[in-house]
Ligand binder design. Structure first.
Ligand code: NDP
Length: 324
């Protein structure tokens, strides 16, 4: 079926996730108010899927923007798909529900549509989102991720979130949850980095075989936040093959980069705080890439990851030691 602005994927728990989501993370030079303003523009343009997280520090502003758009009649709460994420200092089972409730309070929402474990990497439990030792090294922790998952299941049962899922998990880490004795709910998705340089074909095949949606982030090549991302890494939107195809089909490189993933059944997140680009990035439904162009874009893949976060490599739960 042709993709349309209101297309969605049916998740393995029956809920529906719009195939295009709006990203709200921005590096520190942006204000949190800009995130809120951008969310309002995005909702006006037609986005119904908003991706946020505790650690982005903007839940108050993003929640306020959503509520303003509900109050002015642009959208109804039930037509917004809101994703939030559990940060790494809250994997201890007894900390999961309070973390979700605290986010809901900041957002001024009654429930989330989707709550994700942000990353399998876990820090020392506590109120410090980035606990460090005397040598300024992150203090890792190793709660059994299955115990965290049980606490996530309880949040769904309590009606605090409609769906639960994971982010940045390898297939092995997903398997660990899928093979849990007494598993009540499978993760509905794995939200991972995904773009023409890291097309995630193996993880996608694995997820499809388990009825888990793959949600892609940094599809435009990331926000290139200093301190997180190698500033010398190649830029998705400058890739010559991508630009040749964009020129041929009369679309922007960003639109083709997004469309490439959508046509492979991937849910796409895209961030922009620029009104024109927010609009442009929503115009990805009125054209189709040919099988030949899809194949050419497949050929650009070189498994390059922007967000490998080398300082987390010592975590026993670091996901990227696994092939996929
Ligand atoms: P993206 O790949 O979406 O790229 C964002 C950058 O691209 C911004 O600098 C933006 O600039 C620019 N841009 C946007 N549209 C265009 C366009 N049409 N032409 C040219 N440049 C454009 O970055 P993110 O890494 O932020 O990923 C998107 C979202 O995914 C995040 O906001 C977040 O919600 C989520 N995410 C999740 C992670 C996880 O661990 N689960 C990790 C990283 C991201 P400008 O704003 O100035 O327009």
């Amino acid at each position: 079926m042709a993709l349309r602005p209101d297309s969605y994927v049916v998740l393995n728990d029956g809920h529906k996730m719009p195939v295009l989501g709006f990203g709200t993370y921005a590096p520190e030079q942006y204000t949190k108010e800009q995130a809120g303003e951008a969310v309002k523009v995005a909702i006006e343009v037609g986005y119904r899927h908003i991706d946020c997280a505790f650690i982005y520090g903007n839940e108050v502003e993003v929640g306020r923007a959503i509520n303003e758009k509900i109050a002015d009649g642009t959208v109804k709460r039930e037509n917004i798909f809101y994703t939030g994420k559990l940060w790494s200092n809250n994997h201890a089972p007894e900390r999961v529900r309070p973390a979700l409730e605290s986010s809901l309070k900041d957002l001024q929402l009654d429930y989330m549509d989707l709550f994700l474990i942000h990353t399998p990497v876990e820090f020392k439990p506590g109120d410090d989102p980035s606990p460090k030792d005397e040598n300024e090294k992150v203090i890792f922790h190793n709660t059994d991720i299955r115990d965290t998952w049980k606490a996530m299941e309880a949040c769904k049962d309590a009606g605090l979130t409609k769906s639960i899922g994971v982010s940045n998990f390898s297939s092995k880490q997903l398997e660990l949850i899928l093979s849990m004795p007494g598993l009540k709910y499978k993760p509905v998705c794995d939200q991972v980095e995904c773009h023409i340089f890291l097309n995630q074909s193996k993880l996608l095949r694995f997820c499809k075989s388990k009825d888990i949606a793959l949600v892609g982030y940094s599809v435009l090549g990331s926000s290139r936040a200093e301190g997180w991302i190698d500033q010398n890494s190649p830029q998705v939107l400058e890739d010559p093959v991508l630009n040749q195809i964009a020129k041929k089909v009369g679309r922007s490189a960003a639109q083709v980069a997004m469309r490439y993933l959508l046509q492979r059944g991937i849910v796409v997140l895209a961030k922009s705080f620029t009104a024109e680009r927010i609009k442009q990035n929503f115009q990805v439904f009125g054209f189709e890439l040919s099988a030949e162009d899809m194949k050419r874009l497949d050929g650009v893949n070189n498994d390059m990851r922007y967000l490998s976060i080398d300082s987390w490599k010592e975590s026993p739960k670091y996901p990227y030691h696994d092939e996929y």
